[in-house]
Design a protein around this ligand. Structure first.
Ligand code: CO8
Length: 261
């Protein structure tokens, strides 16, 4: 594996890549070099055929405590506007393969937004989410206002964004923003995320990637367009060997062998 300065990468299970944010002294504050490395690793795994699902995590204490405030504090409008400051953050949302966020500790500001860019969020009981930008005189800039509104509704999003108060793992689960809180006795949230990623990695990858694409369509277009899009993509899967294999295996009462083709 390539060595990075601010992230660690590994392959904890067949078909699964794990990216760990590793800037512990700054609680994984998302400085530009960290984000550049994250983008590079994500892109490389997305292009690597042996990787079929990704997990993104931080440390016990912090998933990420936000964009790097010290890096941002002296910037001027013309600089951030013309320099497209933080525009590269959206790369994560353009990858084909599913990515699961395993969140422990602080996921604040850009850290919360980074988790929201992932396809699935699992939280440890210690996870603390929030969009505290209002406390430093700004607003979310990495999609927080939009993705939170989709995930937890307008009233709660307004409260979170305008008061800057944090919310707990349990609240995030009750509101439907995270799939579930992984209880401490079940082991670490990273292990749970890797296990889930391994299940996804064991499926037909064409179906997995098509599934991700159509679920995302629900957030990007009208219901009518989304339903038509889903049906078209469903139809297209009848051109794959994995559809023949999957349905034949069911009829023959055996396990399918996917060729991802
Ligand atoms: N940026 C830079 N450094 C940070 C950040 C941060 N976001 N968060 C923590 N650190 C640093 C601290 O400065 C400190 O460094 P040092 O030891 O050199 O003083 C170190 O990490 C440890 O932090 P604390 O001593 O503060 O630890 P505590 O346990 O006392 O507090 C908190 C933890 C509550 C998480 C606290 O650090 C905190 O409030 N952090 C800031 C949280 C925040 O406001 N985040 C939002 C930032 S704004 C943002 O994310 C905008 C996103 C825009 C994205 C746009 C994308 C397109």
């Amino acid at each position: 594996e390539k060595q990075y300065e601010f992230i660690l990468t590994s392959r904890p299970a067949d078909g699964v890549a794990l990216i760990t944010l590793n800037r512990p002294k700054a609680l994984n504050a998302l400085c530009t070099p960290l984000f550049n490395e994250l983008n590079e690793a994500v892109k490389a795994f997305d292009n690597d055929d042996s990787v079929r699902a990704l997990v993104l995590t931080g440390s016990e204490r912090a998933f990420a405590a936000g964009a790097d405030i010290k890096e941002m504090k002296d910037k001027e409008f013309s600089e951030v506007f013309k320099g497209k400051f933080l525009e590269s953050w959206s790369l994560l949302t353009t990858i084909r393969k599913p990515i699961i966020a395993a969140v422990s500790g602080y996921a604040l500001g850009g850290g919360c937004e980074l988790a929201l860019m992932c396809d699935i969020i699992l939280a440890s009981p210690t996870a603390t989410f929030g969009q505290p930008e209002i406390n430093i005189g700004v607003i979310p800039g990495g999609g927080g206002s939009q993705r939170l509104a989709h995930a937890i509704g307008k009233s709660r999003t307004m409260e979170i964004v305008l008061t800057g108060r944090n919310f707990s793992a349990q609240e995030a689960a009750d509101w439907g923003m995270v799939s579930r809180v992984v209880p401490a006795e079940e082991g670490s949230v990273v292990d749970a995320a890797v296990k889930m990623a391994a299940v996804i990695a064991s499926k037909s990858q064409i179906a997995v990637q098509a599934g991700k694409e159509v679920v995302n369509a629900a957030y990007e277009q009208s219901l009518q367009e989304g339903l038509r899009y889903e049906r078209r993509v469903f139809h297209s899967l009848f051109a794959t060997k994995d559809q023949k294999e999957g349905m034949s295996a069911f009829a023959e009462k055996r396990k399918p062998t996917w060729t991802h083709s």
